[in-house]
Design a protein around this ligand. Sequence first.
Ligand code: PMP
Length: 450
Amino acid sequence: MKDDNFLKENNARHLWHPMGHPADVQANEPTIIKAAEGVHITDIDGHSVVDAVGGLWCVNLGYSNNVIKEAIAKQLYDLPYYSAFAGATNPAAIEASYAVREFFKEDGVARVFFTSGGSDSVETCLRLARQYHRLRGEPTRTKFLSLKKGYHGTHFGGASVNGNNRFRTAYEPLLAGCFHLPSPYTYHNPFNETDGAVLAQNIAAAMEDEIAFQGASTIAAFIMEPIQGAGGVIVPDASFMRLMREICDRHGILLISDEVITGFGRTGDWSGARHWGVQPDMMSTAKGITSGYFPVGAALMSEKVADVFEKDTTGEGAIYHGYTYSAHPVGAAAVTACLSETLRLDTKTNAAARGTQLYEGVLQLADKYDIIGDVRGGHGLMTGIEIVSDKASKTAMDMATMKRIHKTAYEAGAMVRLGGHNVLMSPPLTITDDEVNVILGALDAGFAAA
Ligand code: PMP
């Protein structure tokens, strides 16, 4: 490794960063995180803070899980790579597919298709949804429905069902045939509805209306996050996902649950759909599947979907889709180890308890600071705080103030994430109550500096 001076000099010179303006990154050099332990990250100047973001909503088991690290190292020596394209496979992939299937058995998962991350998993679900309908003799079912404020990654399909124009505009035209319904976001919505249950009914009516307009026989799937993450931690009413499930069933539309963030315990249950009492037809997963230690995702299929592919006798059921690193043995070894650790540590239980602590602590801060417009969370370790410059008009806080909040919180002991004028938090699910209190103290300092 080059020395610190080299790293500082070249910090922003050669690397284009995802989700940032290259000129802005060069002008405001990024923090170099050099080491991590437990739930703490340490920068190149030796400043150590609680990682309230968990990497990028992914380091569910913290940074020091040696079971995963050793499984990765061992696999690198046993077999560093072999593909799982039709006709070949590898032992690690077989074991990992078994582990994932067992993990999500209660969600009705029957088959596992490995990918390299969340965007790949979403893309896989969207593509296989179209193929599913074609195999069933309904090739006109090609359109997708999704929610505004949803985030489904950055591939063209995922970006097309994405509900935030920040991730869309520069890359248009996107995939044709994608239509967006209002988000179950009580703080701002076109119905001016603050009651989550009534809002859920309004969105259900809007969905029925859109389906009638498009024609059910043209719609392949509806994709949603059980709790919208990057869009600002938008927690729907408990009735919402069940309503969506009912509507999808009534119209022959597949329900894809995008569990890239909500899977593997983050919501306080092993999947977000399970948290709301729903079984999806497909699930897209990533992040917590390896706790971020290796880039892996998985698209998961229910028996209903799997059957249509497996019983096909025409040859049209061949899956001409996949990635060089689908079922990568090192990634697969990370998956098996991570899931076994996730179950052993029962991280969903801690996520529920510490999530409530974090949410309630932030609600107390909301009494103290007028700039806190809305606090969302209370279902596991996903918390969003919407910052406003004027509470009555709910005007978004300016970005200079948001950056000051972020910087001050960092100096006071916690890395948080900014999503526009939202402060987003998704710490490792292994966090302790003392460490949650450190985050709350850092937020207090950040808001005081606003
Ligand atoms: N879906 C959801 C719900 C996500 O939150 C993300 C990433 N934050 C993605 C898809 C895309 O995942 P990746 O960045 O691994 O491609």
